[in-house]
Unconditional design. Structure first.
Lengths: 214, 214
DNA sequence: CAGATCCGAAACTGGTCAGTCTCGTATATA
DNA sequence: TATATACGAGACTGACCAGTTTCGGATCTG
């Protein structure tokens, strides 16, 4: 949304002639947005300053304001630009447990942790800014839930889990517990934790029979 | 901690002579701390100003600084003053489900919601202030987990759940999902949600047989 | 009533930060 | 080489806010 009518589409990928010179061109937008996300994850919304973002992107503060009218809109854009999980290429191993375990990849864990940190840094602003709340929801919250819904629905179609299971509710178990563990308990969401979550909570709640005795 | 060596113990409950005059006395500490918690829950740490707290407590800003050296310490004190759950008088109905359901009381839900809001408002500051992180942990996070651990341990002793269940992990399901629902999804943690959580997730994960067919 | 104490109100100080503006430079076109 | 554009750097402005100080009034003590 905030993205459509602004600049990204035209400028970010504008080919022009990328000269030999270092990195100027036009449109350093992606670097700036990435810098904003980094600062956001580390400092939170209120702790983030425009100077921090500019410095990290090695850009001038004025450059940021040439592209975004305010800090708030920059952040909304940055969040909206978070790369999405590819819902088309989810693991399909034939079992719910297989799919869930296949989702555990170092790359995915890092990505998820960063998003959770960003979400945490924006937590107290969510109530103040519906725009931002929508951006976060669309970029982080919904996709994560949707992945689980898809895997659970497949398991349901396969007859692996009972039709009485509340898929929508169950899809939120992993995002909830991972966020809480990262933001509140400050503990790592690693493979061990996730396997325990899958075998100890999600599969039993889904009514899958043997929680796998190794 | 930050409480012990300061003032509360002597001033908060100092009887003195509560004269007929309106409400002066000495030690409006409780009102001030309550005001701080209210503002905190509504605005978050960075959104909260000392003037807001003073205004809400109908006190002068100087009065706050006469008692606390900084905003940070005021907040730490306020959080530490949150009234604790009484771990001695938990429901004991004879079944895990009975105990968990008995924990659902309007009073408790309100109290929990406020604490979660406060936690959310402090989320982005947790990394910057270990003191505050400790206060939150001791006042909000640990007690909530401990309640569940106690109920689960009782169920274990009763033989109601299998010894293989990871009680510590399971005790975090409810706090995690309730926090996520409140702070991220902005949906109410009401009786319906909690019953669904108990019957759909916690009891199955605990290995309790019949999830109760009404 | 006289002195001491504590209060709330509000003025004040200093630092920080969002947002603006200027300027010297580097690039791109021609 | 000349012109135009967009950049990074950084000075600047104005608002806001933590923390301090002042002051007039109300209460308690004697």
């Amino acid at each position: 949304m905030t993205l459509d009518d602004s600049h990204d589409a035209t400028e970010v990928q504008a080919p022009q002639q990328p000269r030999l010179g270092r990195k100027r061109d036009h449109s350093r937008d992606p670097e700036i947005l990435e810098a904003a996300l980094d600062v956001l994850a580390e400092e939170g919304y209120d702790g983030m300053t425009i100077d921090m973002v500019a410095a990290r992107a090695k850009a001038g503060k004025a450059t940021l304001y040439r592209r975004w009218p305010s800090k708030g809109e920059l952040v909304v854009d940055a969040v909206a630009c978070l790369k999405q999980v590819d819902l088309e290429h989810l693991p399909d191993t034939g079992t719910l447990r297989g799919d869930l375990v296949a989702m555990i990849k170092p790359r995915t864990l890092e990505d998820a942790e960063r998003k959770v940190q960003i979400m945490g840094g924006l937590m107290s602003v969510l109530s103040r800014s519906p725009e931002l709340a929508d951006a976060i929801s669309a970029a982080i919250i919904e996709p994560r839930a949707e992945v689980n819904r898809i895997l659970l629905r497949r398991a349901l179609d396969r007859g692996e889990i009972s039709p009485e299971v509340d898929i929508d509710a169950l899809a939120l178990v992993s995002p909830s517990m991972a966020s809480y563990r990262t933001l509140v308990l400050k503990q790592p969401v690693d493979r061990e934790f996730l396997i325990g979550l899958i075998d100890g909570v999600i599969l039993p709640a889904a009514g899958v029979r043997a929680p796998v005795e190794a």
